[in-house]
Ligand binder design. Structure first.
Ligand SMILES: Nc1ncnc2c1ncn2[C@@H]1O[C@H](COP(=O)(O)OP(=O)(O)O)[C@@H](O)[C@H]1O
Ligand SMILES: [Mg+2]
Length: 247
C-alpha cells in the first residue's frame, strides 16, 4: 500500500513537471509572438512622432513609446525563462567566472571599476549551466547596483567553498528589503521600481532551482544580501541522482 502511494506521488510529480514544461513552452512562444507586432507599434509611433503635430500628440506618443518599452522588457525577461529547459551543467571556477563577469557587467552598465568588489574564500567551484549563472548574477547585481550608495566597494560579490557546496553572496550597502515586502520579492511581477518588470528575482530563483541550487534573501537587516547555494562536488542533474551529466 505504501509503495503504491509513493509511486502515485511520483507519477503526479512527473505529470506536474510535464504540465509546467508545456506551460513554459506556451509562455515562451506567446512572448516570442508578441515581439514582432510590438516592434511594429513602436516603429509606427516613432514615425508619427516625426510629424510633430503638437504637444498633446507628443504626450500621447510618449505614453505609447514608454509602454512599448515596458512590454519589450517583460517579453525579453520571459524569453530568458524559456532557457531554463536547455541546460548544460559544467564545473565553474567561481573566482574565474566572477572576475570575467564583473568586467563585462561594468563595461555594459558603464560602472566605474572599484564600485563592485570580489572576494573569494578557498577555491569555490559550482556545478551550473554557465549561461544560467550569468543571467542570475546579472539580475542580482543589477538590483544591488540600483540600491547601493554607489561608492567604492558598495556592491560586494563574495564566493566561498563549503563541504560539497559553494556559496555566492551578492551584497549591497543600500537599505535592504523592507520587512513588509520580504515575502513578495520572488513573486513574478512584484516590483517597487517604476521601470522594473518584477521578473528578475523570480527568473533568478527558477534558474537556480533548475540547476539544483537555492537562492534566498539573507536575514541581514539594513543591507541587500542575496545568497546562492549550489553543488560543487558532482555535476548531477537534480532528477538524475547517481547518473553523471554529460560524458
Ligand atoms: N538589493 C536589493 N535591495 C533592496 N530591495 C531589493 C533588492 N533587490 C530586489 N529588491 C526588491 O525586490 C523587488 C523585485 O526585484 P526584481 O524581481 O529584480 O524586479 P525589478 O528589479 O524589476 O523590480 C524590487 O523591485 C525591490 O523592491
Ligand atoms: Mg531586478
Amino acid at each position: 500500500m505504501l509503495v503504491f502511494l509513493e509511486d502515485l506521488g511520483r507519477v503526479q510529480e512527473r505529470a506536474q513537471q510535464l504540465k509546467l514544461a508545456a506551460l513554459g513552452r506556451l509562455t515562451a512562444s506567446i512572448a516570442h509572438e508578441i515581439r514582432n507586432p510590438l516592434s511594429a507599434i513602436g516603429h509606427a509611433g516613432e514615425l508619427l512622432r516625426e510629424e510633430r503635430r503638437g504637444a498633446m500628440q507628443e504626450r500621447l506618443l510618449k505614453i505609447v513609446a514608454d509602454n512599448v518599452a515596458r512590454l519589450d522588457r517583460i517579453v525579453a525577461d520571459v524569453l530568458e525563462l524559456g532557457r531554463r529547459d536547455r541546460m548544460q551543467a559544467e564545473t565553474l571556477l567561481l573566482e574565474h567566472f566572477c572576475t570575467h563577469f564583473v568586467e563585462s557587467f561594468e563595461g555594459v552598465q558603464s560602472i566605474a571599476p572599484g564600485i563592485i568588489t570580489l572576494e573569494t574564500e578557498g577555491e569555490p567551484v559550482l556545478c551550473f549551466d554557465r549561461t544560467h549563472l550569468h543571467q542570475i548574477v546579472w539580475n542580482l547585481l543589477a538590483n544591488a547596483v540600483r540600491h547601493a550608495s554607489g561608492g567604492p566597494g558598495s556592491v560586494r560579490l563574495r564566493a566561498s567553498a563549503g563541504a560539497g557546496v559553494a556559496e555566492l553572496h551578492v551584497i549591497d550597502d543600500g537599505g535592504g528589503v523592507p520587512d513588509e515586502v520580504r515575502a513578495q520579492i520572488f513573486e513574478p511581477f512584484f516590483t517597487t521600481h517604476h521601470l522594473g518588470t518584477g521578473l528578475g528575482l523570480f527568473i533568478a530563483r527558477e534558474l537556480c532551482t533548475a540547476n539544483g541550487a537555492t537562492l534566498d534573501l539573507a536575514s541581514d537587516p539594513g543591507h541587500g544580501h542575496f545568497i546562492i547555494v549550489g553543488r560543487s562536488d558532482t555535476c548531477l542533474l537534480p532528477e538524475a541522482k547517481g547518473a553523471p551529466v554529460g560524458n
